[in-house]
Write a protein that binds this ligand. Structure first.
Ligand SMILES: O=C(O)CCC(=O)C(=O)O
Length: 297
């Protein structure tokens, strides 16, 4: 019924399950069968096995340009991140960590407004837990199934959208920021929900399939989130809101159109996006090789 391939990866046993063509007629049950095999093997080996994504998930990703993975990160790790970033706005205003880049929400009419972070670049430097997770097999196995074995970290950024105060992220394709003469749009993001995210507090929204539309013309302004599609942020009927619980992660393509509404609710929305590149895709577009070949090898 299935072929099973075992390999060793960074000390972990990696198992891939390939359904035989004969059972492809039961296409809709494939995920169920594959998960059953993984779960059984997990019990037999008494070890957490990393499974990347199922065929059905891969197909969903290729068709839509994004893939939600529920429960990607444990509740314990989410609690650790919450401790790592506790009081992050005030801490970073008083004594920013070296090597990070922060852009702040601007309150021109209210200079006494407490400082609120719009985006914090290189968040792995303020959170050891984010630093651990961005290189974890749980995340890299999903990426490997999507982008191949040579994976580098492009960057990691914290996107806090404070309750009542967090601004919209206008519609854009990330490749509009990242394109240069010698790279291709093969980068992939993984956005991790550190808090609950829903339509009310400005969760991420995608236009499914738009990763197949090519790079669109963007407007450009010298400001954070300053590269955007005409219209900036307005509700779109063709967009899908991806609501998440803390610990869920959504992977998305460098060309998919995405954005999010302002946070007009009482609840903070705290997300972190890890961005990954295929090693060697463009010069100086990788912070660190995480898996596979080294630079220039
Ligand atoms: O967090 C959001 O709502 C959008 C994030 C985003 O645009 C990005 O990570 O590229």
């Amino acid at each position: 019924m299935f072929s099973i391939a075992f390999s060793m990866l960074n000390g972990n046993i990696k198992i891939e399950v390939f359904p035989n063509p004969a059972i492809r007629v039961f296409e809709e049950y494939l995920d169920f069968f594959q998960n059953l095999v993984y779960n059984s093997l997990q019990i037999i080996f008494s070890k957490e096995l990393h499974m990347g994504i199922t065929d059905k998930e891969k197909q969903f990703y290729e068709t839509n340009g994004y893939l939600l993975k529920k429960g990607l990160v444990s509740a314990e790790d989410i609690s650790r991140i919450v401790v790592d970033v506790d009081d992050i706005h005030n801490r970073m205003a008083e004594n920013p960590t070296q090597g990070i880049g922060i852009s702040w929400e601007v309150y021109e009419d209210d200079p006494d407004h407490p400082p609120l972070i719009k985006q914090l670049m290189h968040s792995e430097l303020v959170s050891p837990t984010l630093n651990k997770l961005l290189r974890s097999d749980t995340v890299l196995d999903v990426l490997e199934a999507m982008m191949g074995p040579d994976i580098s970290l492009y960057h990691s950024k914290l996107l806090p959208k404070a309750g009542g105060d967090g601004t919209a992220i206008p519609w854009h394709q990330d490749y509009a920021y990242w394109k240069n003469d010698n790279n291709k749009p093969v980068m992939i993001n993984c956005q991790l929900a550190i808090s609950e995210a829903n339509l009310e507090n400005g969760c991420i929204q995608f236009v499914p399939g738009s990763h197949n539309w090519g790079l669109q013309e963007h407007e450009r302004k010298q400001q954070t989130f300053g590269v955007f599609l005409p219209g900036h942020y307005q509700e779109r009927e063709d967009a899908v809101a991806v609501e998440m619980e803390a610990g869920d992660g959504v992977f998305f393509n460098a060309l998919i159109i995405h954005g999010s509404a302002p946070n007009e609710s009482e609840k903070d929305r705290l997300m972190n996006t890890f961005a990954y590149n295929v090693t060697g895709n463009g010069t100086s577009q990788s912070r660190e090789v995480l898996r596979g070949k080294e630079f220039n090898s």
